[in-house]
Design a protein around this ligand. Sequence first.
Ligand code: GLN
Ligand code: ZN
Length: 752
Amino acid sequence: MIQVASIGYPRIGPKRELKKALEQFWKGEIQEQDLHNVAKNLRKQNWQTQKSAGVDLISSNDFSFYDQVLDAICLLGAVPKRYKWDGQEVNLTTYFAMARGSQTADLDVPALEMTKWFDTNYHYLVPELSAEQTFKLSSNKPFEEYEEAKQAGFDTKPIILGPLTFLLLAKGIDGFNTINLLDKILPIYKQIVEKFSQLGAEWIQIDEPILVKDLDSNVVSKIKDTLNQIKGAAGNCKILLATYFEDLNEDVKNQVFESNVDVVHLDLVRGSKNKEYVKNSNKKLSLGLVDGRNVWKTNLQEKINFIKDNISNDVIIASSCPLLHSPYDLELEQKVPVEIKRWLSFAKQKLLELNVIKGFINEGSHQEALDNNAADIHDRETSKLIHDNAVKDRIKTINKSITERKSSYVDRAKIQKNIFSLPKYPTTTIGSFPQTTDVRQARAKFKRGELDETSYEKFLEEKTIDTIRKQESIGIDVIVHGEFERNDMVEYFGEQLKGFTFTSSGFVQSYGSRCVKPPIIFGNVSRPKPMTVRWSKFAQEQTKQIVKGMLTGPITILQWSFVRDDQPRKFTAQEIGFAIRDEVEDLEKNGIRMIQIDEPALREGLPLKKKDWKDYLSWSVDCFKISAAVVKDETQIHTHMCYAEFEDIIDSIAALDADVISIETSRSRMELLTTFEKFKYPNEVGPGVYDIHSPRVPSQDEMKILIEKASKLIDPSRIWVNPDCGLKTRGWPETIDALTKMVNAAKELRVS
Ligand code: GLN
Ligand code: ZN
């Protein structure tokens, strides 16, 4: 017999109701009780959706006001001292202070650090743990939600973030190894499962996605005992251990399978080893068959065959990972063309897919749904919309003549130094300038048809000219056009490329109340016509100084989209690489002499397991080079990366062979540059000298000190001076002030 489990459902609301309520609450427009009411309704709606979709194991405690890791911090009483927590049940004020910082008379503190959740675009708040850390059950949220569901008529399976993932994702203060806290934290976990058992829960789901990573043998040796201790305290409750995002290494698998947990959930969409473990496993499994991170319909017959071939006993089926990473409901979708819509499946549809598999295997029902699914799958496979042979042929031509610049960096640099004759410590910015309300309003009006194209273009031209004049008068050496025509650095390109489509409803949570609506790459990608030439050319015509062209790189476009799953990501990235290459070539032809190709997402695309890094880095670096290497030696290629930890991948950064790279360094006070120094990074570097995430304007001296610090690590003849990232979220007054000080700092150092 087959049962269906929901291992986590999205929480932001089908119409982003939670986002709206949170933002109103933060502005003081609604009361705490109103916020709770919205949340309660959403939870009920989610449970109802799961029940109607035939889910047997309905999830609770997958709801969160901000983030599930933050919820775990509260549950375990691991609130850092600076939030002045009173030690009682953690209230919403303390909760949101950790999430967003607080600037009240009582509490003036920054938020907890935030970082990406595994290799997804979801961000979690990073727990901070010290050697003296103590833990104490400090939140009733999971229990209250369980009871709330029960009262509403739903018997749920609460989801708790597991101790190993919690500890290993935490930051140990002063380099403290957080796994050492395992013995201290386990008693709280035991208390939690005991309490659920008293409340009468049949199932508890413990989430341990960290188990898919490469773990130290010290950690591996603790897995079985940890799980057994939790199971031991759970009374009559069954424990479902959820692992996801990749397969388990053999050593981890052995520990997990030998433990006493009742069911192990495996991601069967990513990685290949998990499929092997399914065969002749004597552990009861939950099979993650339906892709929880992408938007494509599942080939149901294929999954049914897989189950029939491999499973003889009872089994649970589920999505590969929590559906937090899927949009809500395809029925709400209004923008995707109908031909493509029939290929898609959002969270609700994914549960229905599982129900069809269950129905067919358990009782031979759902034949019609199965036939429809087969027809949709066939339609997609054979669609003319997807296949473009010219593009497929083009990626077969990749060789050194496409990926390599004509001359080495050393030779190019000589030529470029001569023709550009820039001063020492040349100044520039990363591309965007403030996207003020007037810019966003004009774009919205244009999209709604309330502003005609000529007037909109005129508006953008004026903005661009004004921004160029401002840069000239500040004294910036290499100018940018400001990116006013762009809504978003991926969407802007996706909208102009073949093979992309966009949704009206495909939101997924990025962090807190922030959602993103990734484009969908459904077919072979190509560039029908120039995308940015019009604006770069226009900008260059307005000034005698050099204007840098601005493009988003292939890996970032790939990483921030829903990518087709019917060919390797590598091929899709190569296609995008060629599309950008065509654009680079056209920019050069139109007199643009410096071109920046942004790759802020290169680092985050790194696979979860080290063994897969080399392959990823090799093709992703090549894709960047496909887009860049078409230019003459005289044309200078820049790239930009932010929020990056480069230590592990510095050789790949060097292999990009960009003439100049600008990076985020100011928050780490140039620490990052030591990596560049140690590696003897050969090309030019623009270490960010001020943080653009905050409105604070640093002093000229502060920036001067940072440039001096950088000059000790990198030869000053190869240093550029720029902010950390684009300025689109900033206001004009602080931008002008900060850039003026930045330019003056560089000027001061030129003469000294
Ligand atoms: N050129 C982009 C900008 O300035 C880069 C943004 C980014 O790195 N995230 O906005
Ligand atoms: Zn950036």
